[in-house]
Design a protein around this ligand. Structure first.
Ligand code: IPM
Ligand code: MG
Length: 348
């Protein structure tokens, strides 16, 4: 089990330290951890947010644990040197096109949600976000001046049918293993990309007769997520809409510090990261919530190493920790990053 540890920027190193403690506590056989720079940290140390040695390690290892990237001191750099390019580059280079973002309320923690407890209680959704296409990667993109000397910025929203089909298959299989309901989210009333997306989803649906497919516009989906999130089982959507809806889903659960994600390609290799960012405003204070990072370890064990039992252990320990009232300031508690990590390990 060769795992690349890419802690990155801001709170990344603090939450990654807890992930490493957790891995040690599990006593996994043949575990090898390799550390490398990524993001703003890598830019400052090596001149590039995704240095060649880091990319090489990411290609060689079996799985990647990723903290966060984002560094305000890099804000004025040209785009290809900005920390965010590191995660986008890794996703693209490794072909990690399928991003699984589960959002479920922890029993007993309904009050942490910004929704009414009786509504929050019902949340158990898996967001399947396409991760290597869409307006994130579409060309052309850039800036130009119009005839009148005015500045203009432009991006290209683009999906080809093969990209839609391969994420569709992941989503249908995911829904099949859950409650058999798949909601495809698009903006087909306005966007050509979405019309194609919807068409391809419908074409593939007959291959999964046991899954019920529905379509929803993204504006309605955003509204339904706070009105009645319990109606969703599995959501499949494009890169941009998935980015936005998964942040929204995290607050419905209680905190953005709680949601983990798995980024997968065709094989077993995956990149596992919290859905939150580097949170520079709280970095170094030991108050970051490590739960999303710890749950990312669980997802790694489940998806890359077939160790569902170990994953369940971690998830149960996290649930117990939260249920025992041990959480940090993001959820109106007072536990530090380290205390939360220790509490989870004690409950394994
Ligand atoms: C995420 C993040 C990234 C994204 C950023 C850091 C590039 O917001 O993983 O959700 O937009 O995909
Ligand atoms: Mg995001």
């Amino acid at each position: 089990m060769h795992i690349a540890i890419l802690a990155g920027d801001g709170i990344g190193p603090e939450i990654m330290a807890e992930a490493e403690k957790l891995l040690a506590a599990l006593h996994l056989p043949a575990l090898k951890l390799s550390h490398a720079n990524i993001g703003g940290t890598a830019y400052h140390a090596e001149g590039h947010p995704l240095p060649p040695d880091t990319l090489q390690l990411a290609k060689e290892c079996d799985a990647i644990l990723f903290g966060a990237v984002g560094d305000p001191t890099c804000d004025s750099l040209e785009r290809n040197l900005r920390p965010e390019q590191a995660i986008l580059g890794l996703r693209k280079e490794l072909g990690l096109f399928a991003n699984l973002r589960p959002a479920a309320v922890f029993p007993g923690l309904e009050s942490a949600s910004t929704l009414k407890p009786e509504i929050a209680r019902e949340i158990d959704v898996m967001i399947v976000r396409e991760l290597t296409g869409d307006v994130y990667f579409g060309e052309p993109r850039g800036r130009r001046e119009t005839g009148g000397g005015r500045r203009e910025g432009f991006d290209t929203m683009l999906y080809d049918e093969d990209e839609v089909a391969r994420i569709a298959h992941v989503a249908f299989r995911t829904a099949r293993a859950r409650r058999g309901k798949l909601c495809s989210v698009d903006k087909a009333n306005v966007l050509e990309t979405s019309v194609l997306w919807r068409e391809v989803m419908a074409e593939i649906a007959p291959e999964y007769p046991d899954v019920e497919l529905a379509h929803m516009y993204v504006d309605n989906a955003a509204m339904q997520l706070v009105r009645n999130p319990g109606q969703f089982d599995t959501i499949v959507t494009g890169n941009l809409f998935g980015d936005i809806l998964s942040d929204q889903a995290s607050m419905c659960v209680g905190s953005i510090g709680l949601l983990a994600s798995a980024s997968l390609g065709e094989g077993r290799k995956g990149l596992y990261e919290p859905i939150h960012g580097s949170a520079p405003d709280i970095a170094g204070q030991e108050i970051a919530n490590p739960v999303a990072m710890l749950l990312s370890v669980a997802m790694m064990l489940r998806y890359s190493f077939d160790m569902a039992q170990q994953a369940n252990r971690i998830e149960a320990a996290v649930a117990k920790t939260l249920n025992d009232g041990i959480f940090g300031s993001d959820m109106c508690g007072s536990a530090s990053t380290r205390e939360i990590g220790d509490a989870v390990i004690a409950r394994l």
